[in-house]
Design a protein around this ligand. Sequence first.
Ligand code: GLU
Length: 415
Amino acid sequence: MDNNNPFEIAMRNFDTAADRLGINENMRNRIKHPVRALIVSIPVRMDDGSVRRFEGYRVQHSTMRGPAKGGVRYHPQVNLDEVKALATWMTWKCAISGIPFGGGKGGICCNPKEMSPAELERMTRRYIIEIMPIIGPEKDIPAPDVYTNAQTMAWMMDTFSMNKGYAVPGIVTGKPLEIGGSLGREFATARGTVYTVESGAKYIGLDLSKATCAVQGFGNAGSNAARLISELGTKVVAVSDSQGGIFSSKGLDIDAVIQHKKETGSVIGFAGAEDISNEELLIIDCDVLIPAALENVLTEKNAADVKAKIIAEAANGPTTPEADKILEEKNVFIIPDILANAGGVTVSYFEWVQNVQHLFWKEEEINERLRTIMDVAFKSVIEYKEKYNVYMRIAANMLGINRVAQAAKVRGLYP
Ligand code: GLU
């Protein structure tokens, strides 16, 4: 077994949670594995006239509680097992949040940093055509993920709509506002993460206004989480991106770091801060650690050196089960990915509801509803943690899996 294969990790965590819940083999055979996976070839005409082939995926792990839902990732590490794992986590995430979706995920193995906007647009449009048979506002609804954004969603919406012959805003979420996007969606993942950190801090008795924080990853989730948590008075002492990190014991001015990254392409070299590596960031002296990049960054190699009291996983799958064991022994309070980053898909759900209703909400209403869902989800996971005396990751998995199992039970097995 490959310890760092995210899908094997997802399946291992499923078994641990299902054992604890006493879910029988028949039910496991119905809800554990992805229900559908599509692999597509995406030929793209590059700007120099050559044609390159990219491999793309769309996986639907579950449609038990509603349409599949989940983002699309553009990254050189994307592969079928990673997308299967990410789709699986979406299933439990939607169930924990109580939103009526199953789990899905998509991805294209490519290096978006080396592609022009025009090449990315052609690749995106061809990908959507290739997966069109299995997506739709009632079937499976893509959204942004690593290295995709509102513009990517606009191309997806346009491609799907042109082929239908009418505008279908509900085909994707995370769209620009001009075509049916939702207020608050852009910051929703980070906002949700920070809401769970507030709940977690209260739970363990940590005063966030006197606390320090480090954020690994400075994309949509990481940069906004850093900004929002600093608004609570927490000192953000370190942040990093794929090129490296920066540290200042006095605390970083996050708006200025965002500006610096816009201008130079990275957080490194920020005036008044010391450059550090990503490895150093994860074990830096801080109270709250927010991994907000990719999978498997907290492993058996560095978990023992983690200083944080709270780890809030804005990224999907940043912690391996081996690291989990070490962190549990150290009594680190983990807010697992399927809880900590559920704010993104929650506001995606609001966007989809607004699209099917053709009726739009105010930003305050969205943030308030998001707060309610995140608070209820946090409380529900804590109830499982206390009732079954399990670690937060397993408690979250148990809650999500149990809700999907209940749905499967009442629906019955077809035929
Ligand atoms: N990609 C995000 C996630 O991992 C958002 C998914 C969505 O909004 O559907 O949760």
